[in-house]
Ligand binder design. Structure first.
Ligand code: SF4
Length: 226
């Protein structure tokens, strides 16, 4: 069985185990999702949500965020990690979108592109990597079939040996995206990420994975190394 075939088999088991289809957690437009994703790096979800809400209350339009003193943005997002880095990064990313779209601050046009082309467009924005580009396309109302791979998803895939053990997050995301069947829609790809992520959060912990109660144990070489 190839790594791709094994990934898809495991994906089916995890989707069944955790109750796919999963309800999307976000209905934002893609620009808002871009900001949310830039805020979320190395920050808990609840803290990210609170900082996002505070930013929107302080500066209700993305144009206002671009024009505001960086200190004001930093103050609004102070609860997230590295606000001093994220504030100028968010302003620069928004400005970059506006500049490349001739003054229009919108990413809705990405819906007319292939996932690869849309991700390439986004990843030319400084500070936007594979995880953020996939999140913008998958989590926003665009609902495009871009596979988000977070550290939980990466850990499970590496223990299953469907991606190289030392591959970076971006490299894992690239490989796993290649395994996604061409006919999967955005919901199906979202479900796949959610299945792997939930398994990483609930069973395949970073420290001491609960292999004895793992529903994909028979496909995993990791317990024999444990
Ligand atoms: S068998 Fe253990 S290491 Fe492998 S996926 Fe399951 S919990 Fe993770």
């Amino acid at each position: 069985m190839t790594a791709a075939e094994r990934t898809l088999l495991i994906d089916e088991i995890l989707c069944r185990e955790y109750g796919a289809p999963f309800v999307p957690f976000s209905f934002r437009d893609p620009v808002s999702e871009l900001v949310g994703s830039l805020l979320s790096h190395r920050t808990k979800n609840a803290v990210t949500r609170a900082a996002y809400t505070k930013l929107r209350e302080s500066l209700p339009t993305w144009e206002a965020v671009i024009d505001a003193p960086t200190d004001t943005v930093e103050e609004a997002i102070a609860a997230v990690t590295y606000p001093e880095v994220k504030a100028p990064r968010i302003q620069a990313a928004l400005e970059e979108v506006r500049k490349r779209r001739d003054g229009e601050l919108s990413l809705d046009f990405l819906a007319d592109m292939s996932v690869r082309d849309a991700r390439d467009w986004l990843e030319k924005i400084p500070g936007v990597g594979a995880k953020t580009s996939a999140a913008v396309l998958s989590f926003s109302r665009l609902r495009m079939p871009a596979l988000v791979v977070d550290t939980h998803h990466q850990r499970v895939a590496q223990r299953l040996e469907v991606v190289p053990p030392k591959a970076s997050l971006d490299k894992c995301a690239t490989i796993l995206q290649q395994y996604v069947p061409a006919d999967w829609d955005g919901q199906r790809v979202y479900d796949s990420h959610q299945g792997f992520m939930r398994h990483g959060q609930r069973v395949c912990h970073w420290r001491s994975p609960d292999c004895h109660r793992c529903v994909i144990r028979e496909y995993c070489p990791y317990p024999s190394r444990d």
